[in-house]
Design a protein around this ligand. Structure first.
Ligand SMILES: [Zn+2]
Length: 106
């Protein structure tokens, strides 16, 4: 039905942005498929991820902490990832339903 996934840091700016981008993309294509998710969970998660992204983007890029440890690759921005646009399907559906409710109620 619904699954929450959190990642506890601390993360450097590069690794954190990589994780936020991946998690946000997953939310955009997997996070809408129940009524509670559509109305509450996914929007809350997206705002939360946006706040995390904003905080991470303020940090200076850090060198790896341990020798041999590598940073994650940030990857493409979320809106450059095709899977992010799966979120348009439930958003269009919700818009149509709400519009019909408003029209039929008028
Ligand atoms: Zn890192």
């Amino acid at each position: 039905m619904m699954r929450w996934q959190t990642l506890d840091g601390p993360f450097c700016a590069i690794c954190g942005i990589a994780l936020v981008r991946d998690m946000t993309t997953k939310t955009l294509w997997q996070g809408w498929w129940s009524p509670i998710s559509l109305i509450l969970a996914a929007p809350f998660t997206l705002v939360s991820n946006w706040i995390a992204y904003h905080k991470l983007s303020q940090l200076q890029p850090a060198a790896p902490v341990f020798p041999g440890q590598r940073q994650l690759i940030p990857g493409k921005p979320v809106l450059h990832r095709p899977m992010a646009y799966v979120a348009l399907i439930p958003l269009i559906w919700a818009t149509v339903v709400i519009t019909r409710l408003i029209i039929s109620g008028a």
